[in-house]
Design a protein around this ligand. Structure first.
Ligand code: ATP
Ligand code: MG
Length: 333
């Protein structure tokens, strides 16, 4: 059977990049897969950069509400909180003994996030190892992710090979699923279109959050950085700003880039932005109202995570017991 695993950090509010790059795909897989879809709110990953203890737990509930509001049905998948399943950290430790520091140095996420830090936390460096543990713990076969995570998936695949060779075949090779064609794999920052849109970036104007009001959406899109050419044409390399608007628009209305560009003939980017804003506002308005409703039901959200985490731990402890026998921490019968 397929086991589909993915995760998201409770580091801020879900934005359009997360939505189109990951969450939308999760929804499709929940409907179509013939196995389990396991989705983790990865709080142990979130603390690889400083988090305020006063707000971290509410961010976790906030992320839970966002995902459910986006249409992730906790009855039809396993939606859980990573730190409630201690085997993630245990397997992460084991996998850390099977890779090298050299291999970890070159990951783009690490480079980007450590670039402005004077002292780099060890956890930020070993992040992809914990991520591999997340995936392996459920013997996952497919991992839907945004394009920024592909290198991390290569490490997970490498660790499966290494573990299986050394200790006997235990894990399947996880395949990743990335929506490259539609542009969803990398929604760009509205302020610096050469970078990806990120939850944790300091400037909220760089992203559209699923909880933004129509006024906020309009204002952010109006201010989105484009270039000095006024026509609406798709050219991701030379015109990343306007191309990003086309991608967001196409994804919001469920049509192709070409259709979108054809209909925009004669519009300048200023006028076109208003059209993009309308489409995004329409897409997000039901999500926003559902989110607001859910946020009032704290008990419900706490229960969703408790139930999901209990289900996840059943699988995780089975794998961890097997791992302990494979590597000789426990006797093998
Ligand atoms: P942070 O800034 O804290 O790293 P993030 O926005 O990068 O937050 P993550 O929680 O790291 O979000 O990633 C969750 C999922 O969203 C991953 O599958 C990731 O690949 C995907 N994703 C993140 N940013 C984008 C983006 N701009 N476009 C498409 N997918 C994205
Ligand atoms: Mg990220």
């Amino acid at each position: 059977p397929q086991i589909i695993f993915s995760g998201i950090q409770p580091t801020g509010t879900l934005h359009l990049g997360n939505y189109f790059g990951a969450v939308d795909k999760w929804k499709q897989l929940i409907h179509s897969s013939n196995g389990d879809v396991i989705l983790s709110i990865v709080d142990l990953h979130a603390i690889t950069l400083p988090q305020d203890p006063k707000s971290l737990h509410s961010s976790i509930l906030h992320m839970t509400a966002s995902l459910v509001a986006c249409g992730i049905d906790p009855e039809k998948c396993i939606l859980f909180q990573q730190s409630k399943v201690p085997q993630h950290a245990l397997l992460g430790w084991v996998l850390g003994t099977l890779t090298t520091m050299t291999r970890l140095y070159h990951f783009p996420q690490y480079k980007e996030k450590s670039a402005t830090l004077k002292d780099i936390p060890l956890g930020l460096f070993t992040y992809p190892v914990l991520q591999a543990a997340d995936i392996l713990l459920y013997k996952s076969t497919q991992v839907p992710i945004g394009g920024d995570q592909v290198q991390h998936l290569h490490l997970a695949q490498h660790l499966v090979h290494t573990f299986n060779n050394k200790y006997g075949v235990t894990f399947p090779i996880p395949e990743y699923i990335v929506e490259v064609e539609s542009g969803a794999a990398r929604i760009r920052s509205l302020r610096e279109p050469e970078k990806k849109m990120s939850k944790s970036h300091a400037d909220p104007k760089s992203r559209i959050e699923i909880t933004d009001t129509p006024e906020q959406i309009l204002s952010k899109i109006k201010k989105a950085v484009t270039d000095f050419t006024s026509s609406v044409q798709y050219d991701a390399e030379n015109r990343p700003g306007v191309s990003n608007l086309i991608d967001m628009h196409a994804l919001a209305v469920g049509r192709t880039r070409n259709e979108i560009v054809d209909e925009a003939v004669g519009l300048d980017t200023g006028k076109y932005k208003l059209r993009v804003a309308d489409a995004v506002i329409e897409k997000l308005s039901p999500i926003r109202s559902e989110f607001t409703r859910l946020l009032d039901s704290k008990d419900y959200l706490v229960n969703v995570l408790a139930d999901g985490s209990a289900k996840a731990e059943t699988i995780a402890s089975r794998t961890w017991n097997e791992v302990k026998m494979r590597i000789g921490l426990e006797s093998a019968q």
